[in-house]
Design a protein around this ligand. Structure first.
Ligand code: BEZ
Length: 385
């Protein structure tokens, strides 16, 4: 039956609101950074998300998708106002965001208070799938603990005993370093000192001088985006790359290799994705992404793509009927996501249980070397559902 005829019939009967609901587009609020040190990360998440929707013919579970966008600038002080633009002004059905842990914490609070669905496509803040966990919140990315922990496992296995860490002083840096320390110390290592600077500062010189003076066996770093580019180049320029191995969570070299040039070559990192992962889903994804956007995919694109896959799985379970929101949210948690990173499921707290890979930077790729930790689940400390 044509929509117009159905609408006319419905107008005279009880089915009017159901028809309007099921034919209206689903409103997706993308809250991502479009400016600042994480701008490129936000761009890749959006591209990945939209690629999956395009592959489904521009619809998920038969429903058109309408996008609403806010540039969050990776600024936690503006986060509550920004997320409320999407929740209260645009009245979105689902929030997708963001990159920066501090901003995402404010999003999670607002999502909980308004009972809005939230899919986090990057920010690793442990609390989101820890004390702040909720049935309406899931993540398509990682917890900060996961890449920190898996890098600590690898560094200890390599036999390093004395480490120094360096990062930005906010949730992502602090929690990633904590995860590293937990595994490194369990493996017999010792962290001599944690160095940090405020986000998004990139004046690394004094801290690099301190590393050179202490001469640890290994340095562990969390930086991402523009800051990671500058850090890796400065580490090399200071002459440290030749003398003290630099390890990091994979964000140190993801989406950044072209800009980092020779300074990044040979660096080992761990992450839940590797460019060269040779599985059919990743090969198809990278081909489709390159075709659509004339650039290579990275982990952020994967996480955006998988955020759309999670939403699609939830919507499919309720046949696109948003009035069954609780069932939709529960179905996202039960989904097995056929991701370019390999298949993954969500923990009860809503965080991916996933393989963590050891990668080596070669050319413009983070090449797969080994599984660092198989099916790593975040401990979800403090999550009560
Ligand atoms: C974060 O703030 O959680 C984050 C930012 C960039 C890369 C990874 C984590």
């Amino acid at each position: 039956m044509k929509n117009t005829v159905l609408a006319a019939l419905c107008a005279a009967t009880f089915c009017g609101s159901a028809f309007a609901q099921s034919s209206a587009p689903i409103k997706v609020g993308l809250m991502l950074p479009a400016t600042g040190t994480y701008a490129a990360l936000g761009d890749m998440i959006e591209k990945g998300f939209k690629l999956h929707v395009q592959e489904q013919g521009g619809k998920l579970a038969g429903r058109e998708i309408q996008y609403f966008k806010v540039d969050d600038e990776s600024d936690p002080s503006k986060a509550t106002d920004n997320v409320n633009k999407l929740i209260k002004r645009d009245n979105v059905d689902v929030l997708v965001g963001t990159v920066h842990s501090g901003v995402a914490l404010a999003m999670a609070k607002a999502a909980k208070e308004s009972n809005t669905l939230l899919i986090v496509p990057n920010a690793g803040a442990d609390a989101i799938t820890g004390p702040m966990c909720g049935p309406n919140i899931v993540r398509s990315s990682f917890s900060n603990w996961q890449p920190g922990y898996s890098t600590g496992v690898v560094a200890a296995q390599k036999g390093y005993k004395r480490a120094m860490t360096i990062t930005w002083n906010y949730a992502a840096g602090q929690e990633t370093v904590k995860g590293f320390r937990e595994a490194f110390e369990k493996g017999g290592g010792q962290v001599l000192k944690d160095l940090n600077l405020p986000f998004p500062n990139v004046e690394f010189q004094a801290l690099l001088t301190e590393i050179a003076a202490q001469k640890p066996d290994v340095v562990f770093a969390f930086f991402a985006g523009g800051g990671a580019v500058k850090f890796v180049k400065d580490y090399d320029a200071a002459g440290l790359k030749k003398t003290i191995p630099l390890f990091g969570s994979g964000f140190l070299t993801d989406g950044t290799l072209q800009a980092q040039g020779p300074s990044a070559q040979g660096l080992f990192t761990t992450l839940h994705y590797a460019d060269s992962l040779d599985i059919p889903k990743n090969n198809a994804f990278r081909k489709a992404f390159a075709l659509a956007y004339k650039q290579n995919a990275d982990v952020y694109a994967v996480q955006g793509y998988d955020a759309a896959q999670l939403l699609g799985a939830g919507l499919a379970a309720v046949k696109g009927d948003l009035s069954k929101r609780d069932a939709l949210a529960a179905a996202m948690r039960k989904a097995t996501v056929d991701s370019p990173r390999g298949k993954f499921t969500l923990s009860p707290a809503g965080n991916p249980v996933q393989d963590m890979y050891l990668r080596e930077a070669r050319g413009e790729n983070n090449e797969y070397r080994a599984v660092a930790v198989k099916a790593l689940a975040d401990p979800a400390r403090g999550c009560k559902l």
